[in-house]
Design a protein around this ligand. Structure first.
Ligand SMILES: NC(=O)C1=CN([C@@H]2O[C@H](COP(=O)(O)OP(=O)(O)OC[C@H]3O[C@@H](n4cnc5c(N)ncnc54)[C@H](OP(=O)(O)O)[C@@H]3O)[C@@H](O)[C@H]2O)C=CC1
Ligand SMILES: O=C(CO)[C@H](O)[C@H](O)COP(=O)(O)O
Length: 475
């Protein structure tokens, strides 16, 4: 039997679709899944189902799975992030040889990848932490891939990963080497932070349209569909418009959307983005508010109770918001979401000594991934022109967009605030914009207060930076 080019461990949603994708590109694929007693045999189900007409080989034991691979063996782990990855690595390490390559394609925390890469190196195993985006369809027909880790492995896995990846409008694979250690997983984490922010922004537009402007579901479908153009064209806007057209199987006259409980789930990547930003000292108010918004949604019972106790009487926004104004808020907010993400990537380069190319990240996100958006083209151009751009707001192209849309953006936020419709991401995006474009903030008062109660000292506007002063504020 021909040895396989790649082995995929884990036949969940992503693993089984990636296996079919690699097979489509004429790579020989081996698959394995650790089934617990009593669980369905996923390998058999896969081979007799979706993989029936393929050359994919399935294995019931890890030993034979690993032996089926061509050297250096390349094993792609598509298992649940966290402890399962450690347990799978422990299972496979004795079966692998020096020079073999483990690729973790799950949503792993970058610090875990740093640790696992160092541990694998002790056995001579090359380790790649790879962000994968695109969900089920992306995995099947072309995801966006963000590998990083042991650079020696890149040349070996590059042809396979590039073949399986989505292609952008220029025909280039949406797959780039992100850098050392956990750089690939860091980029995927930030991708998900941006994903949270844009999803929340779209959800806020939905609530403003439905509750504030009394639009029907079909009007909202049309509006989202019409907006999905020019710089606003994106996968998330596209699927949002489609969601407003899907009927409920249980109640055919209703939309399934109207019958979904308003409690947002989260697996952790958005929270990690916010926490990492806090640790690295980078303000990501919009992404963080998007995480909080999911969290507050999870307090469903408390919210129901509070909504009965605390009425929003008399809250009326004036004047009524125009849909064009809301559209501008969506555009500006989407841009802020990307600006926050790239700002964190810049900080990571500085903190960890990585060399993530922001242009390549933007290009890698142009196809296949959940946050693919027309905005990623001018973003890639901006970084191509100036790889050291300190913040996306400093690119003239975005200054123009933000400046021309800012009054409408403010109106949309004001409409939400005045009518009592929560707009945390939209408002936080605006605060980020206003905070950054304000040359003199009231932080002088904070410094005075700190010096008053704690003798923490302050710098003066008329003295060199770093020279500290203290005032005896009271006798
Ligand atoms: N779904 C998505 O849209 C995306 C998911 N990801 C990430 O990809 C990874 C896989 O996701 P997905 O395919 O959706 O997940 P699924 O839940 O569909 O599949 C999880 C897989 O992990 C296996 N697994 C769980 N625990 C263990 C363990 N202790 N030992 C061995 N195998 C284990 C499962 O095996 P079993 O069936 O036997 O339990 C199954 O094969 C995750 O890290 C996820 O965050 C990344 C991008 C997009
Ligand atoms: O990585 C993904 C998309 O890019 C996964 O779908 C992930 O599960 C999304 O995060 P969450 O479940 O927290 O919404």
């Amino acid at each position: 039997m021909k040895k396989s080019d790649i082995g995929i461990y884990g036949l969940g949603v992503m693993g089984r679709n990636l296996a079919l994708n690699f097979n489509d590109h004429n790579f020989q694929v081996s698959v394995y899944n650790l089934d617990l007693p009593g669980e369905e045999n996923l390998v058999d189900a896969f081979l007799s189902g979706p993989a029936a007409e393929t050359n994919i080989q399935g294995f019931q034991e890890a030993e034979s799975f690993i032996q089926s691979l061509d050297r250096p063996r390349k094993v792609l782990l598509m298992v649940k992030a966290g402890a399962p990855v450690d347990s799978v690595i422990n299972q496979l390490t004795p079966l692998l040889d020096a020079g073999d390559i483990i690729i973790d394609g799950g949503n792993t925390h970058y610090a875990d990848t740093n640790r696992r890469m160092a541990a694998a190196a002790e056995h001579g195993i090359q380790y790649v932490g790879m962000g994968v985006s695109g969900g089920e369809k992306g995995a099947r027909y072309g995801p966006s891939l963000m590998p990083g880790g042991d650079a020696n492995a890149w040349a070996v896995v590059q042809p396979m990963l590039e073949a399986a990846a989505a292609k952008n409008e220029d025909g280039n694979p949406c797959c780039s080497w992100m850098g050392n250690e956990g750089a690939g997983h860091f980029v995927k984490m930030v991708h998900n932070g941006i994903e949270y922010a844009i999803m929340q922004l779209l959800a806020e537009c939905y609530q403003i349209m439905s509750e504030g402007l009394a639009l029907t579901n079909s009007e909202m479908a049309d509006t989202f569909h019409a907006w999905n153009n020019d710089l606003l064209e994106s996968y998330l806007l596209d699927i949002t418009a489609k969601i407003f057209t899907v009927g409920d199987e249980e109640n055919p006259k209703e939309l399934v959307l109207d019958n979904i409980l308003d409690k947002a789930g989260q697996k952790g990547t958005g929270r990690w983005t916010a926490l990492t930003a806090l640790e690295l000292g980078i303000p990501l108010p919009m992404i963080t508010e998007a995480v909080y918004a999911r969290t507050i949604s999870s307090f469903k019972d408390l919210r129901e109770e509070a909504s009965k106790a605390i009425k929003n009487e008399g809250a009326v926004a004036d004047p009524k918001l125009k849909l064009e104004q809301l559209q501008q808020a969506l555009l500006a907010g989407s841009l802020v979401a990307f600006a926050e993400g790239f700002w964190l990537l810049k900080a990571a380069n500085q903190e960890f000594g990585w060399n993530i190319s922001f242009q390549e990240v933007a290009e890698t996100w142009q196809g296949g991934c959940i946050i693919r958006s027309a905005l990623l083209h001018p973003i890639a151009d901006a970084f191509c022109e100036n790889g050291k751009l300190p913040h996306l707001f400093m690119a003239p192209v975005f200054q123009k967009i933000l400046a021309s849309g800012q009054q409408d953006w403010r109106s949309a936020v004001a409409f939400g605030v005045q009518s009592g419709i929560p707009v945390p991401a939209m408002a936080a995006a605006l605060s980020h914009y206003d905070g950054l474009r304000t040359g003199r903030l009231p932080a002088n008062l904070i410094q005075a207060q700190r010096d008053f109660f704690g003798a923490h000292q302050y710098e003066r506007v008329d003295q060199p930076r770093g020279k500290m002063f203290h005032t005896q504020w009271e006798e």
